[in-house]
Design a protein around this ligand. Structure first.
Ligand code: GLC
Ligand code: CA
Length: 559
């Protein structure tokens, strides 16, 4: 397997709006990030994925871009950006930007022109169609609910928006548009960035003719038509073109495609080891373990066997063929400890989850705040939430479908994206040290206990455990390149796997429950020479009595 930096890297995601505010307006910004670069260096991460910081009217917090070549006013200036980039490079940290080109903002100059008349040269940069019998051109629905089409009186046609109506889809069939995108990518690479995370990359290519989608539940469900707009017919052609026109012209850059609906077979193409498309993709399969029949907002209890089956499958089936990525949360998901661990055993279970994250083969991604074990927020009212998705869903479920507000709030407290968007808790001062003004979204009230200052002052904190795991991953290629073999597949309590590389074996034992569990090493391991790699409890005597403590994680290396 070819060794490259982005396979060995640990990536840290920054959501700028919520990271650090430098000027008291309540919104995180680039100078805020600059002020915390030494903190990132201390943690030891290799690269930062920065969520969008381009000009945007912020209908979807920067995922609606009105100028791809400039910085959002609230976040700072292009000079601030350049300073941030060099500040990272000086500390040996790479910068991966977010590339949002499935759609732009409706306030982008391309769209303003496109919408102005049917024969405008930019008309075809977006997807315009005539209505059908006075209704939308097809039955596709937006990923945030409601029709994916918006009628525009000006020219008596509809435009497609797979997200909000302020996020019109770009038309990837148009070659001139594609060229504009490639030029823009080069603009940032020429400035010195190290890669792109590609937003909803699997939706660029739509099936010609835009046929109606299959209706499973109700006509108002999200993403009806997905089979016609995910991993569409020309998607790999587009990826290869991006690779040829842009990526191949720069040395050692990385790309990670956000690919909802991607299967293993598809991922083998996107992230093929031959380097013809992207470096890797984010798949979504494990993010669906707790979705009921009604989808994301219909929450069911997840089962460890389901989670393991998915993660193990991706580890083994991509092995040697394509590169994987590992994540348990990001700005679109809730806090990992609240979802996959336990708030009651916050320290132990956070450490256990990090042990898993950093001992699997794919590139691990850490979302900001996870390194101090931040938790979901339980805001009392829907008015405390800011995200366009949760607001739309509230209207849909409570408004249209008659859900009881308190029932829907349960789902919000569990799965809403704002759980992960509350400000980073830097210390125990007002607003958790995030801002001297009024934060754009409330701070989690548990900041007096859970904050960076406390974490840095405690040698046993989650922070230092993660730091150690990162260091170990850098020193032990087995953690990156080892193969993967699972034990005890049927256990609903333990996740046990081994990795093998250059004659060594790494054994990872994870207790996913808040109870003690029996565990006995098989004879094979008893006979081998072992060295403790890491453990989230102080002493491992108990394990020698064949007992694992709540959320205990132990990793051994055998030679
Ligand atoms: C991606 C982003 C998400 C955004 C959506 C539309 O899924 O991660 O935050 O809302 O795309 O751009
Ligand atoms: Ca600010």
């Amino acid at each position: 397997m070819k060794r490259v930096w982005w396979k060995e890297a640990v990536v840290y995601q920054i959501y700028p709006r919520s990271f650090m505010d430098s000027n008291g307006d309540g919104v995180g910004d680039l100078r805020g990030i600059i002020s915390k670069l030494d903190y990132l260096k201390e943690l030891g991460i290799d690269a930062v994925w920065l969520s969008p910081c381009y000009k945007s009217p912020n209908d979807d917090n920067g995922y609606d871009i009105s100028d791809y070549r400039d910085i959002m006013d609230e976040f700072g200036t292009l000079d601030d950006f350049k300073e941030l980039l060099s500040g990272m490079h000086e500390r040996g940290i790479k910068l991966v930007m977010d590339l949002v080109v499935n759609h732009s903002s409706d306030e982008h100059k391309w769209f303003i022109e496109s919408r102005s008349s049917k024969d405008n040269p930019k008309r075809d940069y977006y997807i315009w169609r005539d209505g059908k019998d006075g209704k939308a051109p097809n039955n596709w629905t937006s990923c945030f609910g409601g029709s994916a089409w918006e009628y525009d009186k000006e020219t008596d046609q509809y435009y497609l928006h797979l997200f909000t109506k302020k996020q019109p889809d770009l038309n990837w069939e148009n070659e001139t548009l594609r060229k504009e995108v490639y030029d823009m990518m080069k603009y940032w690479f020429d400035m010195g960035i190290d890669g792109f995370r590609m937003d909803v990359v699997s939706m660029y290519s739509k099936v010609p003719g835009l046929p109606d989608g299959k209706v499973y539940g109700s006509e108002t469900d999200c993403a009806i038509g997905a089979e016609h707009f995910t991993n569409g017919p020309r998607i790999h052609e587009f990826m290869k073109e991006i690779n040829k026109e842009v990526l191949s012209k720069y040395k050692d850059v990385m790309t990670v495609g956000e690919a909802s609906g991607v299967t293993i077979e598809e991922a083998k193409k996107y992230a093929n080891s031959d380097g013809s498309e992207l470096s890797m993709v984010f798949h979504f399969e494990h993010m669906g373990v707790d979705a009921g029949e009604g989808g994301k907002w219909d929450i069911k209890k997840w089962k460890l066997t389901d989670l393991k089956k998915i993660l193990s499958k991706w580890e083994t089936e991509l092995e040697g063929k394509a590169w994987n990525s590992i994540y348990l949360s990001n700005h679109d998901q809730p806090r990992m400890v609240s979802r996959f661990g336990s708030e009651k055993f916050r320290e132990e279970s956070s450490k256990m989850l990090f042990t898993m994250l950093l001992t699997m083969q794919g590139t691990p991604y850490i979302y900001q705040g996870e390194e101090i074990g931040m938790t979901n927020v339980h805001f009392p009212s829907i008015d405390d939430y800011r995200d366009v998705e949760v607001k739309n869903m509230w209207k849909e479920y409570v408004g249209n479908r008659g859900y009881k507000p308190e029932d829907f709030m349960k789902a919000v407290h569990y799965i809403a994206r704002d759980n992960n968007r509350t400000p980073i808790q830097w210390d125990d001062s007002e607003n958790a040290g995030f801002t001297t003004g009024t934060p754009w979204i409330g701070v989690n009230p548990n900041y007096k206990e859970i904050n960076v200052k406390n974490a840095l002052a405690d040698k046993n904190s989650i922070f230092y455990y993660v730091k150690e795991l990162i260091k170990l991953r850098h020193e032990n290629p087995i953690a990156v390149y080892g193969d993967f073999k699972e034990y005890m597949e049927d256990s609903e309590s333990l996740y046990v796997y081994e990795r093998n590389f250059e004659g060594k074996t790494m054994l990872v034992i994870l207790n996913f429950t808040g109870e003690e569990q029996n565990f006995e090493l098989s004879e094979k391991f008893k006979d081998m020479n072992s060295k403790l790699y890491i453990s989230n409890y102080d002493n491992t005597d108990k394990f020698e009595n064949n007992t694992l403590r709540p959320y205990e994680a132990i990793v051994y290396i055998y030679e």
